[in-house]
Every structure is written in structure tokens, then in C-alpha cells.
Design a binder for this molecule. Structure first.
Ligand SMILES: Nc1ncnc2c1ncn2[C@@H]1O[C@H](COP(=O)(O)OP(=O)(O)OP(=O)(O)O)[C@@H](O)[C@H]1O
Ligand SMILES: [Mg+2]
Length: 307
């Protein structure tokens, strides 16, 4: 069916024209230091900055549905070393495979200690939005069984908000299992919701579209050369994620959306959100690292112990 356009509209797709009325910002609204720290978080998966003698360190452990990330940051707030492993040991804030979670976390902490040449002592942890931080004994036990004392327990949106410097707006965390959202007002989280559409659903669509298994679908997401094919195939999933957020924030005055979590790395997702919601949408570089970095930033600075 032909699309009706106003006479003055230049040639082009109507949807595209509408999209110009809202802005899908890439990382223009993120502070320089936060951007640097997020880039360093990824760089420090491969390389290590050895801390100065007596430099205080902070450690964050993020036990997610799709991956476990442990990050060590130095006195300047920049990551020194990051370890990441994909794992299905936690779901919606619950540890579903305790032994597996301890095994992996212990191994990641051990690798970090080896890389840094010192012993780590304390770490902060976080719970998904809507899960009471007081009900996190399993998370705490996992980290303590890895040899670290838990110095702080926070909620994930607050961790992300620390990195992004948010006072007002909505943080949308699209991870492996769910799309979670947190509405911030005056620096406080006033509303949270979490619904089951995340990276796993993206993988399911790719499996169906390309006749591949789950592991291949996960690998496809990570290939920059496939980003456009993935974008086209999973557009309806991205639209569903945006409509989940739209439904939940109706009734709240929202001027800006911030996308975090690994699935926010999907090409073009910030535009889908901006178009669907009519609200400025910001995607920081390496959105998967936002929450782990924020957890580390909220950990109590601890002196090093020689290993
Ligand atoms: N470049 C990328 N493009 C698309 N998806 C990606 C990319 N990098 C990672 N992902 C996806 O991000 C998800 C992991 O993100 P993240 O670590 O934020 O999840 P999680 O915290 O473990 O899960 P949850 O928050 O649901 O508990 C996986 O589904 C992974 O396939
Ligand atoms: Mg997560």
C-alpha cells in the first residue's frame, strides 16, 4: 500500500522522517570519564594495569543470567583487569546452580589475582531491580566462597546509574534473560519492572531464521560483520523490548532512556527505542560493562594483600 506523505516532505521513508523528530544518541550524553572507563573495561579483558604499591582497589562481581563478570578498578576509577565467563548459574536474581557459580567465580577471582600479582580481599555485588538486596544470601555466599568479603550489596540500576551519572530518566537493562527497567527521579529509583525478553530470545529468533543452534546464534551476535543481518532478523524482538518499556513508563514523566546490558549492543536498538517511545535514547559504549563497572565503583576501597 502506498504511504501517504505531506507535500513538503522530502523523498524518503515516512518512518525515517518521524524518527528525526526524536534523537537516538549514541554516546553523546555520556561523560568522558565514564566512556573511558567502559572502553578500559573491555581492553582490560586482554591486558592488565599493575597497580601502584598501596593503591586502593575496588572489586565488583556481577552474577548475571548469561555471564559472570568480575572487575577490579584502581584508585582513578579505571579498570585494571576484567574477567568474564558465560554461564547459566543465576536467573532473575536467584542462584540456580550454586556449585557452578562458586566454581566459576573462584576461577575468575583466581585469574585476576594471578594477573595482578596480589590477593583481592573485598567485593561489591548487586541484585536485579525488584529483588530485595536483603534477600541475596546466595549471591553473598558465592562471592565469599571465592575468598572475598562482601563490602556492599546494591541494586543493579543504582550500579548503572553511578556510571552514567543519572539523576532523572530510565535505565533499561537488556541482559540475557530479561528486559529490566528502572525509573530514576531526583537520583532515586522510584519504579522497577523486569520482563522475560532478552538475549536468549534474540538467539531463538536467529536459530529459527538461519537454522543454526544456540551456540552459533550467540556467536553470530558477536560478529561485527553480521550486525546488519542480525538487526534485520531481530527487529521485532527489539520492538517488543521497546514496547515493554513503553507500557511500564506510561504515567511517568521521562525525558531520557539509557540502554545498558549486553543485548543493548545490538546494532540500531537505540533507534528502535527512540522511534517507539518518542524519547531520547542513549547507548553508552560497551553497554554490557556498565553494571559490572558500577558495582565495582560502589565497592569499599581495600588495600592490597601480597599473594
Ligand atoms: N555485541 C553483542 N550484540 C548482541 N548481543 C550481545 C552482544 N554482546 C553480548 N550480547 C548478549 O548479551 C547477553 C549478556 O548480557 P549481560 O551480561 O548484560 O547479561 P546478564 O547480566 O548475564 O543477564 P541478566 O541481566 O538477564 O541477568 C547475552 O545474551 C549475549 O548474547
Ligand atoms: Mg545483568
Amino acid at each position: 500500500m502506498p504511504t501517504k506523505r505531506s507535500k513538503s516532505a522530502p523523498p524518503g521513508d515516512t518512518l525515517d522522517l518521524e524518527a528525526k523528530s526524536v534523537r537516538a544518541l549514541n554516546d553523546a550524553s555520556i561523560g568522558k570519564e565514564a566512556k573511558q572507563a567502559l572502553k578500559a573495561a573491555v581492553k582490560r579483558l586482554q591486558s592488565t594495569r599493575i597497580p601502584e604499591k598501596r593503591e586502593l582497589l575496588r572489586v565488583g562481581v556481577d552474577l548475571g543470567t548469561a555471564s559472570i563478570i568480575v572487575m577490579v578498578i584502581g584508585a582513578d576509577g579505571m579498570p585494571l583487569a576484567t574477567e568474564l565467563q558465560t554461564a547459566q548459574v543465576a536467573r532473575d536474581g536467584l542462584v540456580v546452580d550454586y556449585i557452578g557459580a562458586v566454581d566459576i567465580t573462584r576461577r575468575l577471582v583466581g585469574k585476576l589475582e594471578q594477573r595482578l600479582g596480589l590477593k583481592l580481599t573485598t567485593a561489591a555485588i548487586a541484585m536485579p531491580p525488584g529483588v530485595n538486596p536483603a534477600e541475596c544470601s546466595a549471591h553473598r555466599h558465592v562471592v565469599e566462597a571465592s575468598g572475598l568479603q562482601v563490602s556492599a550489596v546494591l541494586d543493579e540500576p543504582t550500579a548503572a546509574g553511578t556510571v552514567l551519572g543519572i539523576s532523572d530518566g530510565v535505565v533499561v537493562d537488556i541482559g540475557g534473560g530479561t528486559t529490566g527497567l528502572s525509573v530514576f527521579q531526583d537520583g532515586k529509583v522510584v519504579y522497577v519492572a523486569d520482563e522475560a525478553t532478552g538475549g536468549t530470545h534474540v538467539a531463538l529468533v536467529l536459530m529459527g531464521r538461519y537454522g543454526i543452534d544456540f551456540d552459533k546464534a550467540e556467536a553470530m551476535k558477536l560478529k561485527p560483520s553480521k550486525a546488519e543481518d542480525v538487526r534485520v532478523a531481530v527487529l521485532p524482538v527489539m520492538e517488543k523490548m521497546a514496547s515493554i518499556v513503553k507500557r511500564h513508563i506510561s504515567g511517568h514523566e521521562v525525558n531520557k532512556i539509557w540502554l545498558v546490558g549486553g543485548t543493548s549492543a545490538l546494532k540500531g536498538i537505540e533507534k528502535v527505542f527512540a522511534d517507539t517511545l518518542g524519547i531520547e535514547t542513549v547507548k553508552p559504549p560497551h553497554p554490557m560493562m556498565v553494571t559490572p563497572l558500577g558495582i565495582a565503583m560502589n565497592s569499599t576501597p581495600a588495600p592490597q594483600e601480597v599473594s
